[in-house]
Design a protein around this ligand. Structure first.
Ligand SMILES: [Ca+2]
Ligand SMILES: [Ca+2]
Ligand SMILES: [Ca+2]
Length: 112
């Protein structure tokens, strides 16, 4: 079972259910400076946007209800570092960072 938290997957499921997978098109949406690669800064900005979108009641925390079926309870617990039952922005950012590192297979600091 893949326990890797994926902000990309969350975005796909939360905002674009039509996308079956992270496509080039999707990377392009994150590539704000248009250099055909997604760097850590762009990824962080993207994750921030996802967080804001998911935080429906705007209380600065994501509950399991807010993420709904987008991520599994197991993934939720993996991201909830302080185990308080909600995901803070810093917990989400930390998970996104790990996600970026895991996705950057050739370790060039970019997803391309
Ligand atoms: Ca870029
Ligand atoms: Ca909330
Ligand atoms: Ca937490």
């Amino acid at each position: 079972m893949n326990r890797t938290f994926s902000a990309v997957a969350i975005f796909l499921l939360a905002s674009a259910p039509a996308f079956a997978q992270a496509t080039a098109e999707h990377l392009a949406a994150m590539d704000t400076n248009g250099d055909k690669a997604v760097d850590a800064t762009e990824f962080a900005a993207f994750a921030d946007k996802v967080y804001t979108t998911l935080d429906v009641d705007k209380n600065g925390a994501l509950s399991q209800a807010e993420v709904g079926s987008t991520i599994s309870a197991e993934q939720f617990q993996a991201v909830d570092a302080n185990k308080n039952g909600s995901l803070s922005k810093s917990e989400f950012a930390a998970a996104s960072k790990a996600d970026f590192a895991a996705s950057d297979l050739d370790k060039n600091g970019k997803l391309d």
